[in-house]
Design a protein around this ligand. Structure first.
Ligand code: SAJ
Length: 432
């Protein structure tokens, strides 16, 4: 979709969201400068390459850099629109850390001029966009800032959360609806005019505070619902019921849609963002906190249950299937599968084999454990115990006769036809 080619857009932070966003806007025709604190990232992008894995991103970046629409820089330059897309980690005490946002805002402040639009996209605790505005007020007393009471400013400031799924980022950046929150309605309108140029989904305006909460609520909704599935899986295992069958059948009800249990919740968003709400109102965010605890607790539970099975077969080598944080991707950061497998590797050392078609080498969590990467065929030949941690398509396609003699702990419910290997098995999905 065409973007005003006279418009200069700066994207601060060239990570998983910033770089695809910058490249898409550049493809539309705008002059885009991607700003990053890492010289390596700036150099990589300027040479038309990418430092992150995302479907179709490499070709897109190469194209827009070679056409001159995107370049990267360590310095912020005067622009018409500034998009801030930097990380907001959660600190040790679960408090959100907005220091990267404030640091980015400090670098933007000197470049601001009347008429500019500043948009924050980073996941943020409620009130962060106003905090950014307050920082601009301090740093640029010469510019009038927009106020919650509706007073117009010389610049527009808005919050517009990203909501794209890793692996589908370029598609979802265009097709997903966007929620755009302005400090004032005028700020929202200005940001809306910008997004409408390249977003095909609906763009809906609101206040900055509501938009901040929308983002946190979306990921908390998913976390709470996964926690429900994870809690069910533990209860069903104790009752010797197949939880996946129960979920499948319950979901036939027109108003029931239970998510899937697993070894815990991974990625950088769903396991983090709910803490921003808990931190904002610890007294009332009881369900949201409990969901986090249930999901983290499921990882410990899986380690304990897998260990029970491994201990029952002391002579067997153990294959852990999958390390990614979700199926069919090569992202191992914050992965519950890595957490489980690494704990098993520390405990059982050389008995553990890791099968991960998306990994060239083992993540550092396995250093010194003696555990090794192995391909699926060899694991099926050599290993007697299988712990399924990720539902990659490749694992789903193993026919039952190739694994009939294996002892299996299936945390993802992909080998539902697995026969039990001995009858004295613990209840539930441990099929031994
Ligand atoms: N998971 C389950 N059971 C399920 C679904 C997911 O255990 O039924 C686990 C996955 O295995 C994974 C984790 O949850 O470990 C998260 O995976 P995901 O696919 O649910 O989400 P992410 O982290 O890849 O992306 C989420 C998305 N948010 C929502 O779906 C509400 C995405 O739209 C957001 O943009 C992204 O977080 C973000 O950046 O905030």
């Amino acid at each position: 979709m065409p973007v005003d080619s006279n418009q200069k857009v700066s994207v601060i932070g060239l990570g998983y969201i910033g770089l695809p966003t910058a490249a898409l806007i550049a493809r539309g025709g705008a002059q885009v400068v991607g700003v990053d604190v890492s010289a390596h990232v700036v150099e990589t992008v300027n040479s038309g390459r990418v430092h992150i894995e995302e479907v179709d991103l490499d070709g897109l970046v190469q194209g827009v850099v070679s056409r001159g629409n995107l370049r990267a820089s360590l310095e912020v330059e005067p622009s018409d629109v500034f998009i801030i897309a930097v990380p907001t980690p959660v600190a040790e005490d679960r408090a959100p850390d907005i220091s990267y946002i404030l640091k980015a805002a400090r670098t933007v402040a000197p470049a601001l001029k009347a008429g500019d639009v500043v948009i924050l996209e980073s996941t943020s605790p409620v009130g962060t966009t106003e905090a950014m505005r307050d920082l601009f007020t301090q740093l640029r007393p010469d510019l009038k800032m927009p106020m919650q009471n509706g007073a117009a400013g010389d610049i527009a400031i808005a919050y517009c959360p990203e909501r794209v799924l890793p692996g589908r980022i370029l598609v979802e950046l265009i097709d997903n609806d966007r929620c755009i929150g302005g400090i004032t309605p005028r700020c929202a309108r200005k940001a809306l005019a910008f997004y409408r140029q390249f977003v095909r989904g609906q763009c809906i305006t609101t206040t900055a505070r509501a938009a901040e909460m929308v983002k946190l609520v979306e990921n908390s909704f998913r976390d709470v619902n996964i926690a429900f599935a994870n809690e069910l899986s533990v209860i069903a295992e104790r009752m010797d019921i197949d939880v996946w069958e129960v979920i499948r059948l319950a979901n036939r009800h027109p108003r029931v849609n239970i998510l899937q249990p697993g070894p815990g919740v991974g990625g950088h968003c769903i396991a983090v963002d709910p803490w921003f709400i808990v931190h904002g109102d610890p007294e009332n965010a009881r369900l949201i906190r409990t969901a986090r605890e249930v999901n983290d607790g499921k990882t410990d539970y899986v380690v304990a249950r897998a260990s029970d099975l491994i201990d029952e077969f002391p002579g067997e080598t153990v294959a852990c299937l999958g390390l990614a944080f979700k199926p069919n991707i090569d992202d191992f950061r914050e992965s519950p599968a890595v957490k489980v497998a690494a704990r098993l590797a520390r405990r059982y050392g050389r008995r553990i084999r890791l099968v991960e078609p998306y990994a060239q080498a083992l993540p550092m969590e396995f250093a010194g454990t003696g555990a090794e990467l192995m391909d699926l065929d060899t694991a099926l030949e050599q290993c007697g115990v299988f712990v399924i941690l990720v539902d990659h398509d490749m694992f789903k396609s193993v026919p039952v006769d190739e694994r009939a003699d294996k002892a299996v702990y299936d945390t993802r419910g992909i080998w539902s036809d697995q026969p039990r290997r001995i009858s004295a098995a613990p209840a539930g999905r441990i099929a031994v």
